[in-house]
Design a protein around this ligand. Structure first.
Ligand code: MCN
Ligand code: MOS
Length: 753
């Protein structure tokens, strides 16, 4: 990049967030902050048992309260159609439809909606709704033999049973993670407004076109009748890929009452109004030769799901992928219990899968008496062992050595409890992180006006990640404009087609789409500058033209540039708009729609195996008397390919690492065994990491552009940082204390037990 390009703050520059100022000044409007006229407030009623049926709902007293407009239950239902699940080509994570019958399948199930003139009136009236139940014994735990099991994913390589029998050194352990909750700052809240046979929904969304699909299905209307608006999202972490049932209730109520209806879940209601990461259990048996060569893995995992939907938290997503293990036999099962359908949470699958595998690697290192990093290097996979494909790029060795060096790993003494300072036991642990590169086509529109101002549009979301910023940077790179002056518009179904901000792929998908569109716009500008006889550069080929700061000029003659605004004026229009992207030319509108309204086109690169990689090191200090664990240092080196914006990529990586710290030490839904109710359903009792828990964090970028992975050379960023953290911390706690804790969180009582 030359000096001049750097001034454009183009792709690759570490500029600050374009949406930063509106967010910190409060000018950015979130879904529930819109104020359509004549709005009503809906409050959701949730069940207080986990299993059985409702025998009666008494709403008489509630109906008489001031301001109450309507109360909907299964006794006077509004019709909600069953949506198509993501797995079946739809967009729903849960297919539960409230109000349609008397069945109770989980505690905290949305069973009714109270609508009133004010939020307070609706809240009060909802508290007076009396539900009578016929209660059945709930299935609370996934290992209950009565819970129906389904096999969901199998990985089979070589002959693991046989190889295991011959292995000289073996370990076998069970690992567990509890139900975890995404807990974004912005709780789930939407406004639905039915007017003139069409519905507008302000809904915080990682995927507005998915929301459009599901809402249209619920209401039995055309997708075009639904507009979803979501310019800003106060975090999702996987909990806002698609709308949940409170949104269905808001939409049908608005249609029935022909007034806008706002429904905001209270924080406790978000614990059961939608899922979180399901609980997992896995058993890993690992066999190696004395020299540390891994020979076999036998693995069986389980995660919980609801009685009506299959959501698998694949505990074997990384089991056969990271190391060169010739023999792997791994199965993952789901068990159906009385819970809300669980869903995505940052690195679904990869995260618990890596927790098991990476703690097992540490256990194997100790069984062999080999340094844990050395063991990983001895089993380095030079190609993808599971797919038998070459890596597109894999700078994991570089990540190991850069992070180990920055951390000072060589000074570690291997024996547990061998490092201490005063009363504090010191533990150093490490783990590997990985996340795949996913891809899907997308579109963008670029609009240039006669003042030379550029707007970039896409339906894709910015959930706090940096989409606004990197799309301006992409256009800036092609068009030689200052990216900080380019306006970006996102998160609206009226904007050009885009898929989900999930699976850490949107940055790659949208930078690709904007790049292609910017090139198309540049070609239009060259044509305007040189095509006709009265053009600024009459009868000049595009090859002779170039872009220079704010204009088009002949190559080598930047002093005689024609401004972009003037070129727009030459076109005879006020603006020049170009829509393009990464769909194959000639693909029909229907095919394009299907691609972004479902996940049918989400793929991974074909000829190569493409993943991001990371090496994560931590230091913990454990108070020997009290058992308290503090993470003192976190050092991670990552290979995410080319970084579109190193400042924002670091922000993503450290966000993942902090979330992983919370997962390791604090997080876990506490389930009441009597009634399958989540007891700690609020942010006072459901603990997540806060600033005081977070130490110095060092991140190191070891990536290189990977054009086999994506058009612009970047790989996944958003979920990578969380993947290895819990294992690294667990391993560090073992090193400090000699105590191996295999079920998260690593809470105090488990340590002093
Ligand atoms: N980036 C980059 N270079 C790359 C790739 C990405 O600089 N090669 C930076 C960009 O700033 C980009 C961001 O990283 O905007 C994330 O890019 P990507 O990895 O493609 O992830 P998505 O845009 O698809 O975002 C979703 C991802 C997921 S799946 C979860 S879960 C998650 C995450 O992002 N939830 C988040 N990060 C989050 N960050 C915030 N603040 N809030 C959430 O809810
Ligand atoms: Mo992220 S959990 O894939 O939305």
């Amino acid at each position: 990049m030359d000096k001049q390009e750097q001034n454009y703050q183009a792709l690759g520059a570490g500029r600050s967030r374009g949406d930063g100022v509106v967010k910190v000044t409060g000018a950015a409007r979130y879904a529930a902050e819109y104020q359509p006229e004549n709005m009503l407030y809906g409050v959701v009623v949730q069940s207080t048992i986990a299993s059985g049926r409702m025998t009666d709902i008494d709403t008489a007293e509630a109906e008489q309260q001031p301001g109450v407009v309507a109360i909907y239950t299964h006794l006077n239902p509004l019709k909600i159609n069953k949506p198509t699940a993501i797995a079946d080509g739809g967009a729903a994570q849960s297919t539960y439809t409230p109000l349609q019958d008397d069945k109770i399948i989980h505690n905290g199930q949305n069973i009714g909606l109270v609508v009133a003139e004010t939020f307070e009136q609706a809240t009060w009236a909802a508290s007076l709704v009396k539900v009578r139940y016929e209660e059945a014994k709930p299935l609370v735990w996934m290992d209950d033999p009565a819970a129906e099991r389904q096999e969901s994913a199998t990985v089979e390589m070589g002959n693991a049973q046989q190889a295991m029998a011959q292995a000289e050194v073996k370990i076998k352990s069970c690992y567990a993670t509890p139900r975890e909750y995404n807990m974004p700052m912005e709780p789930h809240a939407c406004i639905a407004s039915w007017q003139d046979n069409a519905l507008t929904v302000w809904e915080p969304s990682q995927w507005v076109m998915g929301a459009q699909t599901e809402i249209a299905e619920w209401l039995g209307i055309e997708q075009q009748q639904v507009r979803v608006i979501s310019p800003y999202v106060g975090g999702g972490f996987g909990s806002k890929p698609v709308p949940y049932t409170h949104v269905a209730l808001a939409c049908v109520a608005s249609r029935a009452l022909t007034r806008p209806v706002k429904v905001a879940l209270s924080r406790p209601q978000t614990f059961t109004g939608l899922g979180g990461r399901p609980a997992t259990q896995q058993t890993i048996e690992m066999g190696a030769a004395q020299d540390g060569k891994l020979l076999a893995i036998l693995h069986e995992g389980l995660s919980d799901t609801s009685l009506i939907d299959t959501f698998a938290e694949g505990t074997n997503k990384v089991t056969g992928r990271i190391y060169d293990v010739p023999n792997v036999y791994s199965r993952h099962y789901v068990a159906a219990i009385n819970t809300v359908t669980p869903g995505w949470m940052r690195a679904p699958g990869e995260n618990p899968s890596a927790f098991g595998l990476e703690v097992a690697m540490d256990e194997m290192a100790y069984a062999l008496g080999i340094d844990p990093l050395e063991l990983r290097l001895r089993n380095y996979a030079e190609q993808d062992p599971q797919e038998n494909l070459p890596w597109s790029t894999r700078r994991l060795k570089e990540a190991y050595s850069a992070a180990a060096e920055a951390f000072g790993w060589k000074d570690r003494t291997i024996a547990p409890r061998s490092m201490r300072e005063g009363r504090e036991l010191i533990g150093w642990g490490m783990a590997t992180a990985t996340y795949p590169v996913n891809k899907a086509p997308a579109e963008a529109r670029l609009i240039l006006n006669s003042q030379g101002e550029l707007v970039v549009q896409s339906a894709g979301a910015d959930i706090g990640t940096g989409t606004y910023t990197i799309l301006a940077q992409t256009a800036a790179e092609v068009l030689c404009l200052d990216s900080t002056r380019i306006k970006v518009e996102l998160g609206d179904t009226r904007l050009p087609r885009a898929g989900v901000a999930g699976g850490s792929q949107l940055a790659g998908n949208l930078t690709g789409a904007v790049h292609k569109t910017a090139v198309a716009l540049r070609d239009r500008l060259y044509a305007l500058a040189g095509a006709s006889s009265d053009a600024p550069f009459p009868q000049t080929d595009a090859e002779q033209l170039t872009l220079c700061a704010g204009g088009v000029c002949l190559k080598g003659q930047p002093e005689r540039a024609v401004s972009l605004g003037d070129l727009v004026r030459l076109s005879g229009e006020e603006t020049l708009a170009v829509t393009d992207g990464t769909f194959k030319p000639g693909e029909s509108a229907e095919e394009r729609d299907k691609a972004v309204h479902s996940m049918s086109r989400m793929t991974t690169p074909e000829e190569f195996s493409s993943h991001s990689w990371g090496a994560q090191f931590v230091e913990v200090r454990v108070d020997e008397d009290f058992g308290t664990v503090r993470v003192r240092r976190m050092v991670s080196a990552f290979d995410s390919g080319r970084l579109y914006n190193p400042k924002l990529a670091r922000s993503q990586w450290i966000g993942g690492m902090v979330m992983g710290l919370g997962q390791a030490l604090l997080e876990g839904g506490a389930v009441d065994p009597r009634n399958a109710r989540i007891v700690n359903n609020n942010l006072a009792d459901y603990l997540i990491a806060v600033n005081a828990d977070v130490p110095e964090i060092i991140t190191i970028d070891v990536g290189e552009p990977d054009h086999h992975a994506t058009l612009m050379g970047g790989k996944a960023v958003g979920e990578l940082g969380i993947v290895g953290m819990a294992a690294a911390i667990s391993n560090a706690v073992y090193h400090a204390t000699g105590k191996r804790i295999r079920d998260l969180p690593l809470s105090l009582e488990k340590l002093i037990d």
